[in-house]
Design a protein around this ligand. Structure first.
Ligand SMILES: Nc1ncnc2c1ncn2[C@@H]1O[C@H](COP(=O)(O)OP(=O)(O)O)[C@@H](O)[C@H]1O
Ligand SMILES: [Mg+2]
Length: 292
């Protein structure tokens, strides 16, 4: 989307130097492309420089910064070091300076055959990162393979622009408000990972952190079966949570976990804690707290 808007001489795709809050940065080369941003390497940092083309893009960039600065530091959440707004040739940009990672989970899946043991190790790391968000009542809402980064052997959540701490009860909205929400969902989430309550707003369910559990189900499915659980051509299939489990070596317990996460009714989907209990039989010792 960004590529077609830019030329070589354009400030969007040309390396820039600028000062943010903490220090000066000199961009080196583009390492990835996002919807409205190029990701630049700069020494040991990755800088997401977002072209602010509209009020909506600005809102998402601000939300991404707000969430990243609010979250406590955690190995499974990409670190934000610095941020700021800059103007180059009358174009406005928001810059996020992050720790530099090597790749994302989409590329890992393309380049490696993953054993079930490794899949579950990756999944546990994603759960650990997401647990931090859910503890703050924040849902990510755009969890997908491309938004999980890898650095060494550590997997890290990134891309918090769609995140929200709102719980939306669609049964309380009128028709116009419902339509508005549906439009917002389609702008801020990825269709093949969008849960039934967002695809078919007329079912008037509650939209909350269970959106992320559906998306976790889509991720685990893709890791296990090397394809998407849902096709963007089949919205009815997504709305009714219809998917097939291919023949494979994957254990019944992992398949059952996927089925629990990909339930049409968000209330029936497990919480992060439920998932951890299913995976490990018990929750971490430090989570027992006063009941020890
Ligand atoms: N800190 C980082 N280190 C290395 N690569 C990154 C980093 N942040 C993002 N990327 C790469 O850039 C891609 C797009 O970044 P993302 O934040 O997801 O942008 P968008 O909001 O446009 O999707 C990611 O899928 C990943 O491949
Ligand atoms: Mg992304």
């Amino acid at each position: 989307m960004l590529k077609c808007l830019t030329r070589k001489s354009d400030p969007v795709s040309k390396a820039q130097s600028y000062k943010l809050r903490n220090r000066k940065y000199r961009e080196e080369n583009i390492i990835a492309e996002g919807g409205y941003a190029y990701i630049w390497k700069c020494e040991n940092f990755a800088i997401k420089r977002i072209l602010i083309q509209s009020q909506e893009v600005y809102k998402m960039a601000m939300q991404e910064i707000r969430i990243m600065t609010k979250l406590p530091e955690h190995p499974n959440i990409v670190k934000l070091f610095d941020f700021g707004e800059i103007k180059i040739q009358n174009k406005m940009f928001v810059c996020l300076v992050m720790e530099l990672c090597q790749s994302n989970l989409f590329s890992v899946l393309q380049n490696e055959i993953l054993t079930e043991r490794r899949i579950l190790d990756i999944f546990k790391q994603i759960l650990d990162g997401l647990e931090v968000l859910h503890a703050e009542q924040i849902s990510h809402r755009d969890l997908k393979l491309e938004n999980i980064l890898i650095q060494g052997e550590t997997f890290k959540l990134c891309d918090f622009g769609s995140g929200s701490n709102e719980i939306i009860d669609l049964s309380q909205l009128n028709k116009a408000q419902l339509q508005q929400q549906e439009e917002l969902f389609s702008q801020t989430t990825t269709i093949t990972y969008r849960p039934p309550e967002m695809i078919d707003v007329l079912t008037r369910q509650v939209v909350d952190t269970k959106v992320d559990i559906w998306q976790l189900g889509c991720i685990l499915y893709s890791l296990c079966f090397r394809k998407s659980a849902f096709s963007e051509m089949n919205k009815i299939g997504i709305a009714q949570a219809i998917f097939e489990i291919p023949q494979s070596q994957i254990s019944i317990s992992t398949v059952t976990l996927i089925q629990k996460m990909l339930q049409q009714d968000p209330k029936k989907r497990p919480t992060i804690k439920d998932l951890k209990i299913s995976l490990y039989g018990a929750i971490d010792e430090d989570e027992w707290g006063e009941f020890q």
